[in-house]
Design a protein around this ligand. Structure first.
Ligand SMILES: C[S@@+](CC[C@H](N)C(=O)[O-])C[C@H]1O[C@@H](n2cnc3c(N)ncnc32)[C@H](O)[C@@H]1O
Length: 321
């Protein structure tokens, strides 16, 4: 929501550009009026349409007015970006609760998505080792593997168990003591000590899971790396994450397709882990190489579903050194 305080701040800044008097006298004489009306409309009845109406009203302002009111407009645009990101976050959370995803990938899909390295890493896990599957859906691949290797701990988690799968998942936990499934809500907020000890996992997989949807991409990676042993590997599907360095524009509208590489460049800057593309796939991997891991901070600038591009959630970040 745009709060009354934010609305007032915008008014104050606009009024300051106008000698501090416009809105008290006759608001309808001002070229900011359509913007004001659109904001009021949105505050009263927030919707996609009323949100876009604010953007349109801003765009329609004459250039000289935009310059005059740039402080107020800059402030409002910041509020709108946060607002849009919040709407996108709520949308994702609502969808997570509803679990409308494809949640049934089996072993073959994991092998195809992560390539030959996946099978090799899985088989190489020694007795007492751990495979963790984040954003596991029905955890079909893991449930197939677990009974074949009772000496490997298999930990699956997701926001919530997909409807219809709970009974069979709980039954598998009973019959296969090395398999456990955790319904954790949002991974970004979950108490990590309830899942597994730090630096305990040999292999972590995330197939269109948390990293595919989260707004807190850096935090989710930090959390996965927390669980990896030195020498352990995280495999994850490439998602629509774009990272703008320096002063470049950071909104979905100004993205070029080549920006995909920006994620690879940013991953290469993680200290204590080596990033690479998994052979014969478009998926990515991080191998932990040191006790000390440092994931550079990202600041979310824009986020939303770009349906025509077929991506789940496009996220645009700025990275700070
Ligand atoms: C598209 S499904 C993929 C399921 C499974 N990996 C597969 O391929 O069948 C996405 C999964 O990620 C989980 N997920 C997404 N974002 C999450 C988050 N922030 N915290 C916890 N779980 C999340 C969902 O609950 C769901 O299980």
């Amino acid at each position: 929501m745009i709060t009354i305080g934010q609305y007032q701040e915008f008014l104050d800044r606009a009024a300051a550009a106008h000698g501090g008097i416009i809105f008290g006298l006759n608001p309808y004489n001002s070229s900011v009026t359509p913007v004001l009306e659109a904001v009021e409309e949105y505050v009263q009845a927030p919707s996609n349409a009323s949100f876009n109406a604010i953007r349109n009203a801003l765009e329609r302002m004459p250039t000289d007015r935009k310059i005059k009111y740039r402080d107020a407009i800059g402030y409002l645009e910041g509020v709108l970006r946060a607002e849009r990101n919040e709407a996108s976050r709520l949308d994702t959370e609502t969808r997570l609760r509803g679990n409308p995803f494809r949640v049934s990938s089996d072993m073959r899909e994991y092998e195809t998505t992560f390539g030959p390295k996946f099978g090799k890493k899985l088989q190489a896990i020694g007795g007492g080792g751990i495979w963790m599957d984040g954003g596991a859906g029905e955890a079909n691949a893991m449930r197939r593997f677990a009974p074949t290797r009772p000496d490997v701990d298999c930990i699956a988690f997701s926001h919530s168990i997909p409807s219809g799968a709970a009974a069979s998942i709980r039954a598998d936990e009973e019959s296969c003591p090395n398999f456990s499934y955790h319904e954790i809500g949002m991974f970004e907020e979950y108490d990590l000590s309830l899942l597994a000890p730090p630096q305990s996992c040999d292999l972590i997989t995330d197939l269109n899971g948390v990293l595919y949807y989260t707004q807190e991409f850096d935090e989710a990676l930090r959390r996965y790396l927390h669980f990896l042993k030195v020498g352990g590997t995280l495999m994850f599907t490439r998602s629509a994450v774009h990272i703008v360095e320096g002063h470049g524009k950071a909104d979905i509208g100004s993205l070029a397709d080549s920006d995909y590489d920006s994620l690879d460049r940013w991953l290469a800057r993680i200290l204590g882990a080596k990033a690479y593309r998994l052979p014969r796939t478009s998926s990515l991997a991080l191998k932990r190489t040191s006790e000390d891991v440092r994931v550079p901070r990202l600041k979310l600038k824009d986020s939303g579903r770009v349906v025509e591009k077929g991506h789940a959630v496009t996220r645009v970040y700025k990275s700070y050194h």
